[in-house]
Design a protein around this ligand. Structure first.
Ligand SMILES: Cc1cc2nc3c(=O)[nH]c(=O)nc-3n(C[C@H](O)[C@H](O)[C@H](O)COP(=O)(O)OP(=O)(O)OC[C@H]3O[C@@H](n4cnc5c(N)ncnc54)[C@H](O)[C@@H]3O)c2cc1C
Length: 400
């Protein structure tokens, strides 16, 4: 069982691999590196795992991506979520998985064509259970949706889970050591490549370092003189506690035309909006929220889900809780996964705006690359793809 603790001097020494960052991505990476037989230490600067971006997320997952490389990560990740107890080897372990579906809605005739095209692409990519629904089918299945809707894409096996339990499960289900309150401050290299990670508590000698530092991954890259193409953008979401009856069996529901979303949550509802004008920012551990964000977002979600009008009229400030973190974008909006050729032994697993849902398969891929089970050239998300002239943006409906 993985141990999560604040290390003392005697805990430092050598490790086969060191993962920097204890969000869901780093923890899944440590899990898989441990499963391939490596002695793994993960260093996390905060006082626990899954305490920065990961808990700020809406905790959702979906296979409905139109980019092949994203589907190739999302599908096996969902299978792992579905059989999580088996994957981590802890019988009966629950991550509170809810497969209530992802519903992409539109009331704009121009977007209907995009939805139809994306269904064709999804089917080509093997996401054959994604369905195109017309107006009548939508209202028959989801009567709370506005009569103005024209079309939707829906997949029942998409849904959400508990990020906390998933991260803790990866940690408990492996033999890695998780050093909390331990900040990576530098990376040493020699003629062979990386050779040690310096921290505020001690030095770990290692030949493999994985950068899974979430919004701070560019800082870790700079420790080995790399300029990683990562752009953190603040994103917010709101939990509203409300007596208004929210259909608790509703899917994660997205208004494709204004980038807003909502889903049920016990005691109320989670709403969010991906603001296209939010600028790229310097990451911080204290991410501020905007006081007007809940009102703007309510205005957006009520467009295609009218019961939000009632919530808007009755909600009071103490029942609103806004949280924020970052989406980290790359030039093609897909993550950077794998070894960096310029610095032998240095791997990246970062650049996520959907890191929760992709973390199981992304972590496994690092294990496969480290053990040479997978050749870097067969990994479409290799960080060198932009220099190779690859890495073009796809047509995913919404950056969420
Ligand atoms: C509002 C919102 C909604 C979202 N909804 C979803 C969703 O529904 N589904 C989904 O898949 N994704 C969603 N995301 C995105 C998702 O939260 C992230 O992609 C994911 O959490 C990234 O995980 P991570 O482990 O890379 O990052 P983090 O959770 O940020 O973990 C990185 C860790 O690295 C540590 N670290 C950084 N620097 C150092 C250092 N020098 N030394 C030691 N430790 C260090 C940090 O303390 C942190 O704990 C959402 C994000 C937001 C903000």
């Amino acid at each position: 069982m993985g141990r999560i603790f604040t290390p003392t001097e005697s805990d430092f020494g050598t490790a086969d691999s060191v993962v920097i960052g204890g969000g869901i991505v780093g923890t899944a990476t440590a899990f898989w590196l441990s499963k391939v037989g490596l002695d793994v230490v993960l260093v996390e600067m905060r006082d626990g795992l899954s305490t920065l971006t990961t808990p700020a997320s809406a905790e959702c997952f979906r296979a409905q991506f139109t980019e092949p490389a994203m589907v190739a990560l999302a599908k096996p990740s969902i299978e792992m979520f579905e059989h999580f107890a088996e994957v981590i080897g802890i019988s009966g372990y629950s991550i509170s998985i809810k497969q209530q579906g992802y519903l992409f809605l539109t009331d704009d005739a121009k977007t209907v064509t995009d939805l139809k095209e994306s269904i064709d692409q999804l089917h080509k990519l093997g996401v054959t259970d994604s369905e195109y629904l017309d107006h009548d089918e939508i209202l028959a299945r989801f009567p709370f949706v506005s009569d103005s809707v024209l079309a939707a894409n829906f997949r029942q096996r998409d849904g959400w889970l508990s990020c906390h339990e998933t991260t803790q499960g990866f940690a408990k289900g492996c033999d890695a050591r998780f050093f909390i309150n331990t900040r990576a401050t530098g990376i040493q290299t020699d003629a062979k490549g990386v050779c040690a990670v310096e921290t505020n508590r001690g030095i770990l000698q290692t030949r493999i370092v994985v950068n899974a530092a979430g919004p701070f991954a560019a800082d870790i890259g700079r420790m080995v003189s790399l300029d990683l193409p990562l752009e953190p953008v603040r994103r917010q979401k709101v939990f509203i506690q409300t007596p208004v009856a929210i259909p608790q069996d509703a899917p994660f529901t997205i208004d494709v035309d204004n980038n807003s979303y909502w889903r049920p949550e016990p005691g109320g509802v989670i709403i969010g909006w991906v603001d296209p004008d939010e600028p790229v920012s310097k990451p911080s551990e204290k991410v501020h929220t905007d006081w007007e964000f809940p009102a703007i977002t309510l205005e957006k979600v009520k467009r295609l889900t009218p019961f939000f009008e009632e919530i808007e009229k009755t909600v009071r400030q103490p029942h609103i809780s806004t949280s924020a973190g970052y989406y980290v974008y790359t030039p093609d909006d897909q993550p950077l996964i794998g070894p960096v050729p310029e610095v032998p032994g240095f791997y990246v697993n970062c650049g996520y705006w959907a890191g929760v849902m992709l973390s199981p398969a992304a972590g496994k891929r690092i294990g496969d690359l480290v053990t040479a089970k997978l050749d870097p050239k067969d990994n479409p998300l290799r960080p060198s793809r932009f220099k190779e002239g690859l890495g073009k943006k796809g047509k995913t409906l919404m950056s969420h």
